[in-house]
Design a protein around this ligand. Structure first.
Ligand code: NAI
Length: 374
């Protein structure tokens, strides 16, 4: 009998939709070890859950996420709810013996992330966290080039993740701006992605020295623009970092950087060359190798194609490009194969917990105006 993996999705906002698209796409794009079934969707009300289940192609709906978690026909609980709910939902899912696929940041802080990680490891359930940018075939190619030694020993990582979705001071207040609901600001939101990327491509971050700032201190409330909400977490952050392998680097993130729409960007410098990646041109990699004869040296642009890992499942022609939702489809393939074929899954709760630990160290470094060792 064909194996099945039945998904219970909690939350149908921005990420809930991205996951739903990826569940449908993964079945078509990849040869999977079993059938992926969109079983149940939970939202804040049963009406919204019914509506979204119909739109996204889920079989059943509920206005109570606990019902979803305790349903015997759910194998994986997929958490796409705001950050402050991740811990409670994940711990309940783990207690019910379910595998957990959670959006990032894993938790509001590293203490909570550790509790979740240890609970999952003790229960022996599988976990995956939505750091989707590392799933891009272009980034996998960057990893392959780095690991093969083509740019020599990595000595420096320069990374940003900047967007402008809160650059306009008139954008209304939301859950993302309150510590109790979001934890850190851009640090935990987009900063977490570039921290995970640096950990993936170079080595674990071991020390940080950071600065952060709230620029727009107050914003109008969504329900009544005459009421004001006070912003409680960072609009912009930057940090110097040191890695376990001796490399150093700088990382920055901003949610108020006008003009940057998906500005996850990095430059990895090695002793024999350099790589540059720009998420706004996500199917291209720039490679400079010092071994080229001096009169021909320069960055060359590699367009990913079917020769590169995972791209060929989407398209047989090189250079036709992928998109944001495709990275989520690769992530979902990893989820299915991790569980049904018992393959290792990354980044799991343990890896995401390290990202939370770096974020906490960044805040501590800022508060105490010093380097912090993890
Ligand atoms: P959103 O606000 O668009 O959607 C959240 C959804 O959760 C809403 O539909 C809301 O009604 C639902 N929800 C809230 N409380 C609930 C409850 N008690 N039960 C059931 N549903 C509930 O937020 P968004 O942007 O989708 O963010 C969700 C998570 O995804 C966050 O942790 C965020 O950090 C992460 N995220 C990840 C991204 C990535 O690139 N991996 C990008 C954007 C967000």
């Amino acid at each position: 009998m064909m194996k099945r993996l039945r998904i219970g999705l909690i939350g149908s906002g921005y990420m809930g939709k991205a996951h739903a698209i990826a569940f449908k796409a993964a079945n078509a794009v990849f040869p999977l070890s079993g059938e992926l079934i969109c079983e149940m969707l939970a939202e804040v009300t049963s009406e919204l859950a019914e509506k979204k289940a119909q739109e996204f192609g889920f079989c059943r709906a509920t206005g109570d996420w606990r019902e979803l978690i305790n349903d015997p026909d759910i194998d994986v609980v997929d958490i796409c709810a705001p950050n402050y709910l991740h811990k409670e939902m994940a711990l309940a899912a783990i207690a019910a013996g379910k595998h957990v696929y959670s959006e990032k940041p894993l938790a509001l802080n590293s203490a909570d992330a550790l509790v979740m990680t240890e609970a999952a490891e003790q229960a022996g359930v599988k976990t995956l966290v939505g750091f989707n940018y590392s799933k891009n075939p272009t980034v996998q190619l960057a990893k392959e080039i780095i690991d093969s030694g083509e740019i020599g020993e990595v000595v420096h990582f320069r990374g940003t993740f900047n967007e402008d979705y809160l650059a306009d001071a008139r954008v209304p207040f939301s859950w993302r701006l309150k510590r109790e609901f979001s934890g850190a600001g851009t640090l935990g939101d987009m900063g977490a992605h570039i921290i995970n990327m640096a950990n993936y491509l170079v080595a674990p971050i071991t020390q940080v020295c950071a600065d952060l700032q709230i620029v727009h201190q107050q914003r109008p409330m969504l329900e009544d623009a005459n009421k004001i909400g006070t912003v409680e977490n960072d609009d912009q952050v930057h940090m110097m970092v040191r890695f376990a392998n001796g490399a150093i680097g700088t990382l920055e993130s901003s949610r108020i950087a006008w003009g940057r729409k998906n500005g996850l960007w990095f430059e990895v410098t090695g002793t024999k060359g350099t790589l540059i990646y720009d998420q706004e041109r996500l199917s291209e990699l720039q490679l400079y190798t010092a071994s080229d004869k001096s009169s021909r040296q320069g960055f060359r642009r590699i367009l990913v194609g079917p020769e590169h890992p995972d791209y060929g499942h989407f398209c047989v022609s090189a250079g036709h490009g992928l998109g944001y939702n495709d990275m989520k489809a690769v992530e979902v393939r990893d989820l299915v194969e991790g569980i049904l074929a018992d393959r290792p899954m990354w980044p799991d709760f343990r890896a995401a917990c390290h990202v939370n630990q770096v974020c906490d160290a960044v805040e501590q470094s800022y508060q105490e105006a010093r380097w912090v060792t993890l």
